[in-house]
Design a protein around this ligand. Structure first.
Ligand code: ADP
Length: 448
């Protein structure tokens, strides 16, 4: 017990003992010790009850009351209670101020922020931007089911995914068809989610401008390049032996520029689409074509092997899938020294999907480069890519084509040992092969 409280306690005890002693002395003086002592004890009890009542009144009172001024135990108790209540009030005020500051900050955010109860999926709070971007109205939508309030966005399945919900990159705002939104669900506690919607209209517009620019430039370059390339083709180096090195270099470079423009146009075309026409893709024919192309590109310098273990077809765009697979096969030949082996394998995946893998025994790629390989113009070795006629866009095209088929590209590689580029298709893309009895049994016709 702190010294101040101990001395207050002692003082009260002494006062009570003094009072009882005085009662005994007075009782002896008048000859009625028992009666006077009982009267004194009753008086003390009454006083204790009165003090207890005052303390209880003070605790229950909403109004601020000054504590007693005396130095006894009851006054100390009064003062302690008064102090802790004052501290509690100050703490509450500070917390409220902090809460107000946080709310003001969240309100000032240009992004729409909605706090959602995880269990009931009802709206607990939203900021001002949520009114402009998501059309939520205060107080009408407080406590309402979030999926219902944002109905045009069809969020029910997305919300049901909870922690696993992928961000929605481009959605139309319910308030204005011209606004494009990026939506994220952030589970920030056990019971609460934060739904954040950002206006990405300008960003998407800029992206569109960039795409249009690249597409237009590539388109504009195509005709003059075709003309230059055509004339250069007509010039036979044998007729101008002294110009031979220059003519050959000019032909090589114009060929490279033509390929670059074609790849840029392919990428622009793919980027502009959300989906591709779907048709059964005859994989036996596709594999045979890929093998033939690899052999033609290799010109006998590599061994090309084919393993058709899946015996299934795919559902998708034959043209685009051929362009993606062909890019992987030409890369495998390009980045494998003479004498190496390129293996094209089609196999079933454990989940019922299918995997088309292109493996080579070539130069391989250091681990650090793998995450960036599908970026446009990213090359591990620019000189090697250019020498072999690469544009730096091949794997970007592959990634886009696979994305449009909800498939993914995996890359495994070891420097000096070789690489494997595998396209993983989901079970929904797999179709039974009708055109042959057993995998690899029939020589296949050409793919497009
Ligand atoms: P490029 O036209 O330069 O081949 P890609 O986008 O097709 O462009 O490939 C990007 C880079 O990835 C290449 O420059 C090359 O460095 C590396 N790469 C791609 N395929 C292979 C492979 N099979 N083996 C080794 N490196 C590869």
């Amino acid at each position: 017990m702190p010294p101040r409280l101990r001395s207050a306690w002692r003082r009260t005890l002494l006062a009570q003992c003094g009072l009882l002693l005085a009662a005994i002395v007075a009782g002896i003086a008048i000859g009625h010790v028992g009666a006077v002592l009982a009267a004194a004890a009753l008086g003390m009890l009454a006083w204790q009850h009165w003090r207890l009542r005052r303390v209880l009144q003070g605790l229950g009172a909403r109004q601020h009351q000054e504590p007693g001024r005396g130095q006894g135990a009851w006054n100390e108790l009064d003062r302690l209670l008064h102090r802790s209540r004052a501290e509690m009030r100050a703490r509450k005020r500070r917390l409220l101020e902090m809460l107000r500051a946080y709310r003001a900050a969240a309100d000032a955010l240009p992004d729409a922020v909605v706090v959602v109860d995880r269990n009931t999926q009802r709206i607990l709070w939203f900021n001002e931007a949520a009114t402009g971007l998501l059309g939520l109205v205060h107080p009408r939508d407080m406590g309402a089911p979030v999926a219902e309030c944002l109905q045009p966005l069809a969020l029910a399945r997305w919300l049901a995914a909870g922690r696993r919900a992928e961000p929605i990159l481009d959605a139309q705002a319910p308030t204005d068809a011209r606004l494009r939104l990026n939506l994220r669900l952030i589970p920030y506690s056990e019971d609460h989610w934060l739904l954040v919607a950002r206006d990405v209209s300008k960003l998407l517009q800029l992206e569109q401008v960039r795409r249009d620019f690249v597409a237009n430039v590539s388109h504009e370059l195509r005709t003059p390049l075709t003309v230059v390339h055509g004339y250069l083709e007509m010039l036979d180096p044998d007729e101008f032996p002294e110009w031979r090195p220059m003519l050959e270099e000019m032909q090589r470079q114009s060929q490279r520029m033509t390929q670059l423009v074609e790849d840029l146009l392919t990428l622009s075309r793919l980027e502009a689409r959300d989906s591709l026409p779907e048709e059964p893709v005859a994989m036996a024919a596709m594999l045979a074509t890929l093998k033939r192309e690899a052999e033609a590109f290799s010109q006998g310098r590599h061994t090309v092997e084919l393993q058709d273990l899946a015996g299934c077809d795919l559902l998708g765009s034959t043209r685009e899938l051929h362009s993606a697979f062909s890019n992987l096969v030409t890369n495998a030949v390009r980045y494998t020294p003479a004498g190496g082996t390129v293996t094209i394998t089609l196999a079933r995946a454990p989940d019922g999907g299918a995997v088309l893998a292109v493996r080579d025994t070539g130069y391989g790629i250091a681990h650090a480069h793998l995450p960036r390989l599908t970026e446009r113009f990213y090359r591990v070795s620019s000189s090697r890519s250019r020498e072999s006629g690469g544009t730096g866009l091949g794997l970007s095209i592959v990634k886009h084509v696979l994305g449009l088929h909800q498939a993914r590209l995996s890359i495994e590689s070891r420097v000096g040992e070789g690489s494997e580029f595998a396209c993983h298709f989901g079970p929904e893309r797999v179709r039974t092969r009708h055109d042959e009895a057993a995998p690899g049994a029939r020589p296949a016709a050409d793919a497009p």
